[in-house]
Design a protein around this ligand. Structure first.
Ligand SMILES: Nc1ncnc2c1ncn2[C@@H]1O[C@H](COP(=O)(O)OP(=O)(O)OP(=O)(O)O)[C@@H](O)[C@H]1O
Length: 246
Protein backbone atom coordinates (compact mmCIF):
# COMPACT_ATOMS: atom_id res chain seq x y z
CA UNK A 1 0.00 0.00 0.00
CA UNK A 2 2.89 2.33 0.89
CA UNK A 3 6.54 1.58 0.20
CA UNK A 4 9.20 3.97 1.41
CA UNK A 5 12.35 3.17 -0.56
CA UNK A 6 15.69 4.41 0.76
CA UNK A 7 14.43 7.94 1.38
CA UNK A 8 16.80 10.73 2.41
CA UNK A 9 15.85 14.35 2.98
CA UNK A 10 18.26 17.26 3.04
CA UNK A 11 17.33 20.71 4.26
CA UNK A 12 19.41 23.77 3.52
CA UNK A 13 19.58 26.33 6.28
CA UNK A 14 20.99 29.85 6.02
CA UNK A 15 24.21 29.80 7.98
CA UNK A 16 24.59 33.50 8.67
CA UNK A 17 23.24 35.49 11.50
CA UNK A 18 20.47 37.12 9.49
CA UNK A 19 17.80 38.93 11.43
CA UNK A 20 15.56 40.47 8.76
CA UNK A 21 14.15 39.70 5.33
CA UNK A 22 16.00 42.79 3.99
CA UNK A 23 19.33 41.42 5.20
CA UNK A 24 18.44 38.03 3.73
CA UNK A 25 17.60 39.48 0.30
CA UNK A 26 20.73 41.68 0.29
CA UNK A 27 22.97 38.74 1.23
CA UNK A 28 21.20 36.55 -1.32
CA UNK A 29 21.65 39.11 -4.15
CA UNK A 30 25.30 39.63 -3.25
CA UNK A 31 25.66 35.86 -3.28
CA UNK A 32 26.97 36.07 0.25
CA UNK A 33 24.37 33.78 1.67
CA UNK A 34 25.92 30.57 2.93
CA UNK A 35 23.86 27.47 3.48
CA UNK A 36 24.42 24.63 5.87
CA UNK A 37 23.26 21.17 4.87
CA UNK A 38 21.17 19.18 7.27
CA UNK A 39 20.05 15.63 6.61
CA UNK A 40 16.75 15.18 8.42
CA UNK A 41 16.33 11.64 7.03
CA UNK A 42 18.91 9.18 5.78
CA UNK A 43 18.18 5.94 3.95
CA UNK A 44 14.76 5.41 5.49
CA UNK A 45 12.91 2.33 4.21
CA UNK A 46 9.76 0.60 5.43
CA UNK A 47 6.42 -0.53 4.08
CA UNK A 48 2.81 -0.42 5.16
CA UNK A 49 0.45 -3.19 4.04
CA UNK A 50 -3.20 -2.74 3.08
CA UNK A 51 -5.39 -2.42 6.17
CA UNK A 52 -2.41 -2.20 8.48
CA UNK A 53 -1.92 0.42 11.21
CA UNK A 54 1.70 1.51 11.46
CA UNK A 55 2.99 3.95 14.07
CA UNK A 56 6.09 6.12 13.94
CA UNK A 57 7.87 6.86 17.20
CA UNK A 58 11.06 8.69 18.15
CA UNK A 59 12.18 11.66 20.17
CA UNK A 60 11.78 15.32 19.10
CA UNK A 61 13.52 16.02 15.82
CA UNK A 62 13.93 12.35 14.88
CA UNK A 63 12.28 12.95 11.50
CA UNK A 64 8.73 11.68 12.10
CA UNK A 65 6.77 14.62 10.64
CA UNK A 66 9.22 14.92 7.73
CA UNK A 67 8.58 11.25 6.90
CA UNK A 68 4.80 11.79 6.94
CA UNK A 69 5.11 14.88 4.74
CA UNK A 70 7.20 12.98 2.19
CA UNK A 71 4.74 10.09 2.11
CA UNK A 72 1.85 12.56 1.68
CA UNK A 73 3.65 14.27 -1.21
CA UNK A 74 3.93 17.62 0.63
CA UNK A 75 7.74 17.35 0.52
CA UNK A 76 9.80 15.78 -2.26
CA UNK A 77 12.63 13.58 -0.96
CA UNK A 78 16.19 14.52 -1.89
CA UNK A 79 16.91 10.85 -2.60
CA UNK A 80 14.81 7.71 -2.80
CA UNK A 81 11.10 7.46 -3.49
CA UNK A 82 7.72 6.50 -2.10
CA UNK A 83 5.25 4.16 -3.79
CA UNK A 84 1.60 4.71 -2.84
CA UNK A 85 -1.43 2.69 -3.85
CA UNK A 86 -4.86 4.11 -2.97
CA UNK A 87 -6.24 7.54 -2.15
CA UNK A 88 -4.36 9.21 0.66
CA UNK A 89 -5.91 11.66 3.08
CA UNK A 90 -3.12 13.46 4.91
CA UNK A 91 -4.41 14.96 8.14
CA UNK A 92 -1.15 16.82 8.64
CA UNK A 93 -2.13 20.37 8.09
CA UNK A 94 -5.79 19.97 8.93
CA UNK A 95 -7.91 22.57 7.21
CA UNK A 96 -4.99 23.97 5.24
CA UNK A 97 -7.19 24.12 2.15
CA UNK A 98 -9.94 26.07 3.93
CA UNK A 99 -11.09 29.47 2.67
CA UNK A 100 -11.83 31.70 5.66
CA UNK A 101 -14.42 33.79 3.77
CA UNK A 102 -16.58 30.81 2.84
CA UNK A 103 -19.09 29.05 5.06
CA UNK A 104 -18.43 25.70 6.70
CA UNK A 105 -20.72 24.06 4.16
CA UNK A 106 -18.89 25.59 1.20
CA UNK A 107 -15.60 24.52 2.73
CA UNK A 108 -16.81 20.91 2.97
CA UNK A 109 -17.10 20.92 -0.82
CA UNK A 110 -13.91 22.91 -1.37
CA UNK A 111 -11.80 20.78 0.98
CA UNK A 112 -13.42 17.58 -0.30
CA UNK A 113 -12.60 18.56 -3.87
CA UNK A 114 -8.97 19.21 -2.87
CA UNK A 115 -8.91 15.71 -1.40
CA UNK A 116 -10.11 14.41 -4.76
CA UNK A 117 -13.78 13.63 -4.07
CA UNK A 118 -16.61 14.39 -6.50
CA UNK A 119 -19.46 16.81 -5.73
CA UNK A 120 -22.00 13.95 -5.84
CA UNK A 121 -19.98 11.88 -3.38
CA UNK A 122 -19.60 14.84 -1.02
CA UNK A 123 -23.32 15.58 -1.25
CA UNK A 124 -24.04 11.99 -0.18
CA UNK A 125 -21.70 12.39 2.81
CA UNK A 126 -22.61 15.97 3.75
CA UNK A 127 -25.22 15.17 6.45
CA UNK A 128 -22.85 12.76 8.14
CA UNK A 129 -20.02 15.31 8.07
CA UNK A 130 -22.30 17.98 9.56
CA UNK A 131 -23.55 15.65 12.28
CA UNK A 132 -20.07 14.46 13.21
CA UNK A 133 -18.70 18.01 13.36
CA UNK A 134 -21.49 19.09 15.78
CA UNK A 135 -21.46 22.55 14.16
CA UNK A 136 -25.23 22.87 13.81
CA UNK A 137 -26.28 26.16 12.20
CA UNK A 138 -22.69 27.45 12.37
CA UNK A 139 -22.14 25.43 9.20
CA UNK A 140 -23.74 28.37 7.30
CA UNK A 141 -21.41 31.00 8.84
CA UNK A 142 -18.07 32.05 7.36
CA UNK A 143 -15.44 29.95 9.06
CA UNK A 144 -13.45 33.03 10.08
CA UNK A 145 -16.01 33.21 12.91
CA UNK A 146 -15.13 29.71 14.12
CA UNK A 147 -12.99 28.95 17.15
CA UNK A 148 -9.86 26.88 16.45
CA UNK A 149 -11.58 23.85 17.99
CA UNK A 150 -14.54 24.25 15.64
CA UNK A 151 -12.22 24.48 12.64
CA UNK A 152 -10.41 21.31 13.68
CA UNK A 153 -13.71 19.50 14.20
CA UNK A 154 -14.84 20.40 10.69
CA UNK A 155 -11.51 19.39 9.14
CA UNK A 156 -11.42 16.09 11.04
CA UNK A 157 -15.02 15.33 10.07
CA UNK A 158 -14.34 15.90 6.37
CA UNK A 159 -11.13 13.86 6.47
CA UNK A 160 -12.63 10.84 8.20
CA UNK A 161 -16.26 10.64 7.14
CA UNK A 162 -15.22 10.14 3.52
CA UNK A 163 -13.58 6.83 4.51
CA UNK A 164 -10.17 7.23 2.93
CA UNK A 165 -8.14 4.20 1.87
CA UNK A 166 -5.01 5.56 3.50
CA UNK A 167 -5.01 7.95 6.43
CA UNK A 168 -1.86 9.81 7.45
CA UNK A 169 -2.09 11.32 10.89
CA UNK A 170 0.26 13.44 12.99
CA UNK A 171 -0.86 13.51 16.63
CA UNK A 172 -4.46 13.95 15.56
CA UNK A 173 -6.20 12.72 18.64
CA UNK A 174 -5.84 16.04 20.39
CA UNK A 175 -8.59 17.57 18.21
CA UNK A 176 -11.24 19.62 19.99
CA UNK A 177 -12.44 19.29 23.57
CA UNK A 178 -12.40 16.12 25.64
CA UNK A 179 -15.69 14.74 24.40
CA UNK A 180 -14.75 15.34 20.74
CA UNK A 181 -11.33 13.75 21.38
CA UNK A 182 -13.12 10.68 22.65
CA UNK A 183 -15.35 10.64 19.60
CA UNK A 184 -12.44 11.17 17.19
CA UNK A 185 -10.48 8.34 18.78
CA UNK A 186 -13.50 6.03 18.36
CA UNK A 187 -13.81 7.18 14.75
CA UNK A 188 -10.15 6.40 14.11
CA UNK A 189 -10.53 2.94 15.69
CA UNK A 190 -13.61 2.35 13.53
CA UNK A 191 -11.67 3.29 10.38
CA UNK A 192 -8.77 1.09 11.42
CA UNK A 193 -10.99 -1.92 12.00
CA UNK A 194 -12.86 -1.15 8.78
CA UNK A 195 -9.78 -1.77 6.65
CA UNK A 196 -8.39 1.76 6.26
CA UNK A 197 -4.61 1.74 6.12
CA UNK A 198 -3.27 4.11 8.75
CA UNK A 199 0.15 5.60 9.29
CA UNK A 200 0.46 7.78 12.33
CA UNK A 201 2.91 9.60 14.57
CA UNK A 202 2.37 9.77 18.29
CA UNK A 203 4.34 10.60 21.41
CA UNK A 204 1.87 8.52 23.42
CA UNK A 205 3.30 5.03 23.76
CA UNK A 206 -0.03 3.94 25.21
CA UNK A 207 -1.81 4.99 22.00
CA UNK A 208 0.85 3.32 19.85
CA UNK A 209 0.66 0.05 21.78
CA UNK A 210 -3.13 0.10 21.67
CA UNK A 211 -3.57 0.90 18.00
CA UNK A 212 -0.62 -0.26 15.89
CA UNK A 213 0.21 -3.52 14.18
CA UNK A 214 3.81 -2.52 13.48
CA UNK A 215 6.02 0.37 14.56
CA UNK A 216 8.86 2.33 12.98
CA UNK A 217 11.32 3.77 15.50
CA UNK A 218 13.21 6.72 14.04
CA UNK A 219 16.36 8.04 15.66
CA UNK A 220 18.44 10.89 14.29
CA UNK A 221 16.79 10.54 10.87
CA UNK A 222 17.41 6.81 10.48
CA UNK A 223 15.33 3.72 11.16
CA UNK A 224 16.54 2.34 14.47
CA UNK A 225 14.01 -0.49 14.46
CA UNK A 226 10.96 -1.61 12.48
CA UNK A 227 8.78 -4.52 13.51
CA UNK A 228 5.86 -5.77 15.62
CA UNK A 229 4.50 -3.18 18.07
CA UNK A 230 5.36 -4.90 21.36
CA UNK A 231 8.93 -5.69 20.29
CA UNK A 232 9.73 -2.15 19.12
CA UNK A 233 7.93 -0.40 21.99
CA UNK A 234 9.65 -2.57 24.62
CA UNK A 235 13.06 -1.79 23.10
CA UNK A 236 12.22 1.94 22.90
CA UNK A 237 10.97 2.05 26.49
CA UNK A 238 14.11 0.45 27.93
CA UNK A 239 16.43 2.56 25.72
CA UNK A 240 15.98 5.52 28.13
CA UNK A 241 16.08 9.18 27.20
CA UNK A 242 19.90 9.47 27.07
CA UNK A 243 20.52 6.83 24.45
CA UNK A 244 17.87 8.48 22.28
CA UNK A 245 19.89 11.69 22.03
CA UNK A 246 21.49 12.40 18.70
N1 LIG B 1 11.73 22.99 6.54
C1 LIG B 1 12.79 22.64 7.30
N2 LIG B 1 13.98 23.29 7.16
C2 LIG B 1 15.02 22.93 7.91
N3 LIG B 1 15.02 21.94 8.81
C3 LIG B 1 13.88 21.27 8.99
C4 LIG B 1 12.70 21.59 8.27
N4 LIG B 1 11.70 20.74 8.66
C5 LIG B 1 12.25 19.95 9.61
N5 LIG B 1 13.55 20.27 9.82
C6 LIG B 1 14.47 19.60 10.75
O1 LIG B 1 14.45 18.22 10.49
C7 LIG B 1 14.52 17.48 11.70
C8 LIG B 1 13.35 16.52 11.77
O2 LIG B 1 12.16 17.29 11.98
P1 LIG B 1 10.73 16.61 12.17
O3 LIG B 1 9.74 17.71 12.34
O4 LIG B 1 10.51 15.62 11.09
O5 LIG B 1 10.95 15.83 13.55
P2 LIG B 1 9.88 15.07 14.46
O6 LIG B 1 10.44 13.73 14.73
O7 LIG B 1 8.54 15.13 13.83
O8 LIG B 1 9.94 15.96 15.77
P3 LIG B 1 8.79 16.29 16.89
O9 LIG B 1 8.64 15.05 17.71
O10 LIG B 1 9.43 17.38 17.66
O11 LIG B 1 7.57 16.72 16.17
C9 LIG B 1 14.55 18.51 12.83
O12 LIG B 1 15.89 18.66 13.26
C10 LIG B 1 14.04 19.78 12.19
O13 LIG B 1 14.65 20.91 12.76
Amino acid sequence: MIKVNDVSMRFLMANDNISSIKEFVTAFLKRKLKFKEFWALEHVSFDVNKGEVVGIIGRNGAGKSTTLKIISGILKPTQGNVERYGNIVPMLELGSGFDMDLSGKENVFLNGAILGYSKEFLESKYDEILEFSELGDFIYSPIRNYSSGMLMRLAFSIATVVEPEILIVDEILAVGDESFQHKSKDRMLELMSGGTTVLFVSHSMEQIREMCDRVVWLEGGTVKMFGPTAEVCDAYDISGPDSRRR
